[in-house]
Design a protein around this ligand. Sequence first.
Ligand SMILES: Cc1cc2nc3c(=O)[nH]c(=O)nc-3n(C[C@H](O)[C@H](O)[C@H](O)COP(=O)(O)OP(=O)(O)OC[C@H]3O[C@@H](n4cnc5c(N)ncnc54)[C@H](O)[C@@H]3O)c2cc1C
Length: 384
Amino acid sequence: MSGRTTDVAIIGGGLVGAWTAFFLSKRGLRVTLLEKSVVGAQSSGVNFGNLRLQGRFSGQYPLSLRAQALWEDFATLIGEDCEFEQSGHLYLAYDAEEQVKLEAYAQLSESYGLAIERFGPADLKRRWPWLGERAIAATFSARDATANPRLATPAVARAAARHGAVIRENTQVSAVDRQGCGFALRLAGGESLSCGALVNSAGAWALEIAERFGETAPLFPAGPPQFVTEPFPYLIRPSVQAIDGSVIFRQIPRGNVILAGYPRTAADPVSNRAPVPPGKTLAAMRALARVVPMLAHCHVIRVWSGIEAYLPDMIPVIGPSETAAGLFHAFGFCGHGFQIGPGVGLCLSEMIADGSTQTPLEPFSIARFRSAAVVSDKFRKEFD
Ligand SMILES: Cc1cc2nc3c(=O)[nH]c(=O)nc-3n(C[C@H](O)[C@H](O)[C@H](O)COP(=O)(O)OP(=O)(O)OC[C@H]3O[C@@H](n4cnc5c(N)ncnc54)[C@H](O)[C@@H]3O)c2cc1C
């Protein structure tokens, strides 16, 4: 394909790149999605699968709600199932300070129209008898959901291909340069591709592309360790999260419990490694046992993590480049990108095809890193 042209080139075949390709190709633009490995091989394919609406950064709610509507419509839009399940999300507080945080999350969620149920200890035990005794309060959002990350991204890319998008796996973009009003890409193997607009959705590798155009962000590659247990009779339907962040878990109908333990662990995008130190498995299982004592002695059958880009304010970069017209960034999803991915793809497609999007994206501008970055408490707690 030496010397080919396309309207839009997308670097990175994760969920964000795939949804962007889907919406743009559906609108009739010529799109080429370039993935150095296979579609959904990185964060997008190895994540926990949580589509949580409670407890998000307030500026992210419009985007997040737009994304959830797309998840809810996944089977119709994409034509395949991704095990989307609206099983709800339960947040647990174990002391008065955590209860205050829980209430703040609940009120913020309600201000964006979410229905939040509140529980005291007695109601909690009645509704979810497998919970331990120690939680003093909980909130439940029935609209929160989960999906299978292994299924979702490849399905979206296949749907994009049906609309005419060219999906190129095992195709690394090795260089990007300005070419007139557009861009010239060099692909591994020496091929070249010209495009009018360029999407940088390269995940933890996105900085290299931004820096070619004089932009930067203090990106930190890491991942939350994930664990899966042997199967048990299916009992636990919602996703459950201790609000102190020590553990989040869900049971899948096949019976296995999937859990994630915090803090996250640094990962290496150069060697492509996301290690899980053995101590993290023990810590996560102890945190799980505190929430569901009957799981105290269950066996973990597999551990893994992934390589995700974090930023110190725990807010992603989404939107146009400040230095190169026609270039759009979408990276640094700080552990939230699976839920908002469809919304990000939709907004990018609107910005590229229409010149603007109805969803407010100002908080996500890369320009915020021209001055010293704000460091969120969450980031400090996990990575300092
Ligand atoms: C273990 C784990 C658990 C998580 N759990 C959740 C969760 O429960 N809920 C949630 O909302 N989020 C979760 N996340 C975060 C979520 O997975 C990510 O935010 C999201 O998948 C990011 O999608 P992406 O498309 O931006 O990036 P990625 O999926 O990383 O895709 C980027 C792609 O770009 C490709 N690429 C990079 N450079 C190049 C190049 N030069 N040329 C060609 N291709 C290139 C890479 O190979 C990669 O496939 C989790 C993340 C991890 C790691």
